[in-house]
Design a protein. Structure first.
Length: 393
């Protein structure tokens, strides 16, 4: 009886049972977590890599402006046209844009999204009356049963307009970059450079935070109290923090000397090796972004690049390897699409003889071709990209 009462008393005094992990207080694991990358959709990439990054912005503008500024020539197998409805249309494509503005928007869309769409308005038997560049992020391809596009849908303001391309000559010309894993959309340089853009933006944010902190890491205030005691009371700590915030933070208080009372000692801290590596990481990321777009880093003012002997050589490589291939491909696609309205065999291409960066190369090529006595006149003209002359051997 007494034993039962003792057991009941102990049970009443025992705390309530709580369920918990048996290893909850044995080990605490703290990891760095996964890398946080920016979204890869078109809107996020454009906002992060073009509107929010100076390297990506400058790369796109340099390529688009240089390619749009190239003079265009129109020719067929027999002649080069000085006056033609296609040339007139390209000179004034619509009331709001000229040739340079239209082509700059076209190249910009292609570089940012990997796709560019241009619409023909009021097409007759010869050429369209107007040309308009459509935003790539608003356009979607409508595939047919065989996988080939049968239409394009343009969505804006909650409404969709469909362009039917299944019959007749299409009213929309779709220019896309090569994408190995997509049948309908192109791969943009912005997507290839997305990781480097994230690193560059993160380094910029770190630099901004460092500048907000007086452009250097802060130091430490060490308290040495009496008898080796190194702990401040709550009132002392709150007073010290308040004085630091009111008298020694912000641009207004920059350079103001600090007065420390007994027991307080200021220990400045310099840059750590990891802090010093941030600038190198930022420059390396900038070079990767420039590499993805095909712009020599020297033209962007990125230090540490010695791939070219001088600025002129870098500019020549920029035109030869990036601007001209892009402009030739877009002009060929655009010319073939415009020629389909009149069924003429026309070729639209940039005039390389009027590119200042390639003047030395073109002069050397003209000189070599002119001195080749074993070539006929038409063979020489073909090598120079000129139409053949009828009746000449």
């Amino acid at each position: 009886m007494i034993l039962n009462l003792f057991r009941q008393e102990n049970a009443a005094q025992a705390p309530a049972e709580q369920k918990a992990s048996a290893t909850g207080r044995v080990m605490a694991w703290n990891g760095a977590g996964r890398v946080a990358w920016s979204p890869r959709d078109t809107a996020s990439l454009t906002r992060m890599g073009f509107a929010g990054n100076p390297v990506g912005f400058r790369c796109v503008r340099m390529i688009a402006e240089a390619a749009a500024a190239l003079p265009l020539i129109l020719q067929d197998e027999n002649q080069r046209y000085g006056v033609h409805p296609v040339l007139s249309l390209m000179k004034s494509p619509n009331p709001a844009q000229g040739r340079a503005e239209l082509l700059e928007a076209l190249f910009g869309q292609l570089l940012l999204t990997g796709n560019a769409y241009i619409e023909a308005v009021g097409a007759d038997d010869t050429v369209p009356l107007e040309l308009h560049v459509l935003r790539s992020d608003r356009m979607s391809v409508v595939p047919g049963n065989d996988g080939w596009p049968i239409g394009y849908e343009y969505a804006v303001g909650g409404r969709k307009h469909r362009f039917d391309v299944s019959q007749g000559h299409p009213a929309v010309c779709h220019i896309k970059s090569f994408h190995p894993q997509d049948d309908h959309y192109g791969l943009s340089p912005m997507q290839a450079a997305a990781q480097a853009l994230d690193v560059h933006n993160s380094a910029s944010r770190w630099s901004k935070a460092l500048l907000d902190n007086a452009a250097r890491p802060s130091g430490a205030i060490v308290y040495r109290g009496a008898e080796g005691q190194g702990t401040l009371s709550s009132d002392q700590y709150d007073r010290l923090v308040s004085e630091m915030e009111s008298h020694h933070q912000g641009a207004r208080n920059a350079g103001r000397p600090m007065l420390l009372e007994g027991g307080l000692d200021w220990k400045p801290m310099g840059f750590s090796p990891s802090d010093m590596e941030f600038q190198k990481t930022k420059e390396s990321a900038a070079r990767e972004v420039a590499l993805a777009f095909g712009v020599p880093p020297m033209l962007l003012g990125i230090p540490g690049d010695a791939a070219y002997a001088n600025y002129q050589e870098a500019n020549r490589a920029f035109y030869r390897q990036t601007v001209l291939p892009l402009a030739q491909r877009v002009a060929a696609t655009l010319g073939g699409w415009l020629a389909g309205f009149s069924t003429d065999d026309l070729e639209l291409k940039p005039d390389m003889d009027q590119v200042p960066a390639l003047a030395a190369e073109r002069d050397a090529q003209w000189s070599r071709v002119a001195q080749a006595d074993f070539l006929t006149q038409n063979e020489k003209r073909t090598l120079l990209g000129l139409p053949s002359l009828e009746g000449d051997a």
